[in-house]
Ligand binder design. Sequence first.
Ligand SMILES: Nc1nc2c(c(=O)[nH]1)N[C@H]1C(S)=C(S)[C@@H](COP(=O)(O)OP(=O)(O)OC[C@H]3O[C@@H](n4cnc5c(N)ncnc54)[C@H](O)[C@@H]3O)O[C@H]1N2
Ligand code: MOO
Length: 416
Amino acid sequence: MRSVEEHQRVVRGLLGSTPVTSSPTAAAVGRALADDVRAPVPLPGADSSSMDGYAVRAADVAAAAAGAPVVLPVVDDVPAGRVDVAPLEPGTAQRIMTGAVLPPGADAVVPVEATDRGRDRVAVHEPREPEAHVRRTGCDVAVGDVVLPRGTRLGSAQLGLLAALDVATVPVHAALRVLVVSTGSELVAPGQPAAPGQVHDANSTLVATTLREVGADVRVAQFVADDVEAFLALLDAETAPVGGAGDAGGAGGAGVDLVVTSGGVSEGAYEVVKDGLTAAGRGGEVEFTKTAMQPGMPQGAGRYRGVPVVCLPGNPVSAFVSCEVHLRPAVLAAQGHAVTSRPRVRLTLAEPLRSPAGKLQLRRGRADLAAGTVRPQGEAASHFLGALALADCLVVLPEHVTEVAAGEQVEVWLLV
Ligand SMILES: Nc1nc2c(c(=O)[nH]1)N[C@H]1C(S)=C(S)[C@@H](COP(=O)(O)OP(=O)(O)OC[C@H]3O[C@@H](n4cnc5c(N)ncnc54)[C@H](O)[C@@H]3O)O[C@H]1N2
Ligand code: MOO
C-alpha cells in the first residue's frame, strides 16, 4: 500500500509549473505572483494628515490648555487632493482634511475635536506633540520595498495595494487547464430524470468546483459510461495536440494540462478508467494503487499520451478528500502559489472517534473556533455527501491512531 505522502509527491511531480504571463493587475485575482513586486513609488506619496483638523507647528500650541486656549489665525484651507499647498508660517494654522498634503513647515495636526472649529481663527484647547496625526511619505511602503513576494496569492488587499502603487501589470502563473471526466454507466446529468439505480453526476461539479476555487481553468467533459472504447475516444479527442499552447507539465502542446477522472478505479468488473489506462498499447502510462488513506484509498496517477492524468475514486466523499489531499495542493503549487495547504489548527474533539490502523483517516467535522472544539459530522463512509456538505473542516486521524477520546486534541484542516 502506498503512503499518502508518496502519492502526493507523485501527483505533484506530474504537474510541473504553468507558464508565466503578464496580466493586467485588475484581472489577476486569485493568481500567484511569479516574481517579487517592488514599490515603484512610496505610500503615502506625500507627507499628509491622518485627521480632519488644523496643521500647526507643535511648538505654537505647546501651551494650549482647557481653560487657556492658544488662538491662531487660519490662513488657508487644505482639502484632500489639493496640490498647491503653501508653506505654514510660524504662528498660523491651516485647516486640513484627512489625507490632504501637510503644508511644509507644519509638524503636527490638531484634530477638530480639540478646537473650537473656527474658520478664520481657531482656538486650540490641547497641545499636540510633533508628528501627531502626521503620515510621513513612505511610512507605509518605501520605494524599492518588496511589497509582495513571489508566490503570493492576489486577493483584494494585494490588488488594492498594486492599484495604489499604480502597478498596471503583474507577472503571474497561468491557470492550469484541467479537463474533468466522470465515469459510470449509472450516471445521469443533473436536470435529467434518474431512474432507480441511476445517480446524478455529483463528482463533475464537485471536482470542477474544487479546482476552480484555486484558479484552475476547468472544462467538464460529458461523463462517459463504463465503456473503455468510449472513454479512450474521449481522451483521444480532448488530449490531441493543438500546437502552440502553453505546456505546464510536458503535455506535448495539448490544450489540456491535466485530466482528472472519477470512478472506475477499484477492483470490480467494470473499472473503465483502470482498464482503459492500463490496456496494452493504448497510450496510458498510469499506475493504479491503494493508498493508506480513508476515504480515498484507490488512486491512479500517470500520463495518457503525455498528458498528466489523476484518477480519483468514484464515491463523492472519496473524490472530495482526494482533491483536498492530492490535487488541490499540487494544482496550487503548479500555479506558483507559496501556500498550498488549508489553514491547519489543533482543536479539542467533542466526540470520540475510531480510525483504521495504518490509514490516514480524514473525517468531516464542524469546527467551533471560539470554543476551540470540533465535532464530527456524519459517519466515516464515503457516500455521505449530505454530511460532507454540512462540514466546514476535515479532522485528521494519522496512520498510527486507532482511537481518539473526546477531549483530546486533533489536527483540523479548515475548509475556508
Ligand atoms: N472489492 C472491492 N470493492 C471496492 C474496493 C476495494 O478495495 N475492493 N474499494 C472501495 C473503495 S474504498 C472505493 S472509494 C470505491 C471506488 O470505486 P470506483 O472508483 O471504482 O468508483 P465506482 O465504482 O465507479 O463508484 C463508486 C460509488 O460512487 C458513485 N459514483 C461514481 N461516480 C459518481 C459521480 N460522478 N457522481 C456521483 N456518484 C458517483 C457510484 O455510483 C458508486 O456508488 O470502490 C469500493 N469498492
Ligand atoms: O477509500 Mo474509499 O475512498 O473509502 O470509499
